[in-house]
Write a protein that binds this ligand. Structure first.
Ligand SMILES: Nc1ncnc2c1ncn2[C@@H]1O[C@H](COP(=O)(O)OP(=O)(O)OP(=O)(O)O)[C@@H](O)[C@H]1O
Length: 256
């Protein structure tokens, strides 16, 4: 079976800064692939390369076997790749409903309209006529996800959806994500909270200093292997385990 979305040998830079180096990965229809790694590992850059928002210096992006490397972000959006970037980027002067309708611009056929979005993101239903500037962080994130769904994507790229949000709001967003995934949608998720990631991911790829250093299913990988790949060392020094202050993974308070 041809994977839905592929990256082959991606190199990406910001001037002299090498952000992604030789990364290959794929996601299948209906699969949730988690991208994990420390701050600066290259996860956001890789998502932007997949979405067409950052041009790689080498490598190729494929969608259903077609090479889409030369297509711009809006062209890839029309073909079913949609990025929810870190930072939400809503139109502050528009209502929630209007922000959602902006996402429908690609006019791809599919199941998503304002009502269907409000069904899976119920916190939005009472807010549809409210101005986006009046929303909490969690509500803004829900709008950003809903706006992406309105484009009827085949693959959704989610960058740090839970950043800065209260745990109860994150729980609600993850419940919505489970509802959203029906119907074969593929998701690539960047998330700092490893415990949450392991609970929802079908497969994960760990990045370190721009490279993909570990890949497998949550069941096939030990916590030690993930932690070592995350930090780039073989043994975890005393006092610097996951969830510490060194930019490492957070575990939502539960040890693993
Ligand atoms: N706009 C930019 N200009 C210059 N360098 C950048 C820019 N954005 C990212 N970088 C650098 O590229 C590298 C990869 O960053 P990237 O944001 O992709 O990593 P990340 O894994 O998503 O980290 P984070 O979790 O902090 O977002 C880092 O060294 C970062 O400093």
């Amino acid at each position: 079976m041809t994977p839905l979305l592929t990256a082959e040998g991606i190199d990406a830079r910001y001037g002299d800064v090498r952000a992604v180096s030789g990364v290959s990965l794929h996601v299948d229809q209906g699969e949730l692939l988690a991208l994990v790694g420390a701050n600066g590992a290259g996860k956001s850059t890789l998502l932007r390369v997949l979405a067409g928002a950052h041009r790689p210096v080498a490598g190729a992006v494929g969608l259903r076997g077609d090479d889409v490397t030369g297509l711009r972000d809006f062209e890839r959006n029309r073909r079913g790749i949609c990025l929810v970037p870190e930072g939400r980027r809503l139109f502050a002067s528009l209502t929630v409903r209007e922000n959602l309708l902006v996402g429908a611009g690609s006019r791809r056929p599919g199941r998503w309209d304002v009502d269907a979005v409000a069904d899976v993101l119920p916190m939005l239903r009472p807010l549809l006529e409210r101005n986006a500037s009046q929303l909490s962080g969690g509500q803004q994130q829900a709008v950003a996800i809903g706006r992406a769904l309105m484009s009827n994507p085949d693959v959704l790229l989610l960058d740090e959806v839970s950043l800065g949000l209260a745990p109860i709001v994150i729980d609600e967003l993850y419940e919505s994500l489970a509802a959203v995934r029906g119907g074969g949608l593929a998701v690539i998720l960047v998330e700092q909270d490893l415990q949450r990631t392991l609970a929802v991911a079908d497969r994960l790829v760990c990045m370190l200093e721009g490279e993909a250093v570990l890949e497998g299913t949550p069941h096939s990988l030990t916590h030690e292997a993930i932690t070592d790949a995350y930090f780039g060392h073989v043994a975890t020094p005393a006092g610097s385990g996951p969830g510490g202050d060194d930019g490492g993974p957070t575990t939502g308070g539960a040890g693993w």
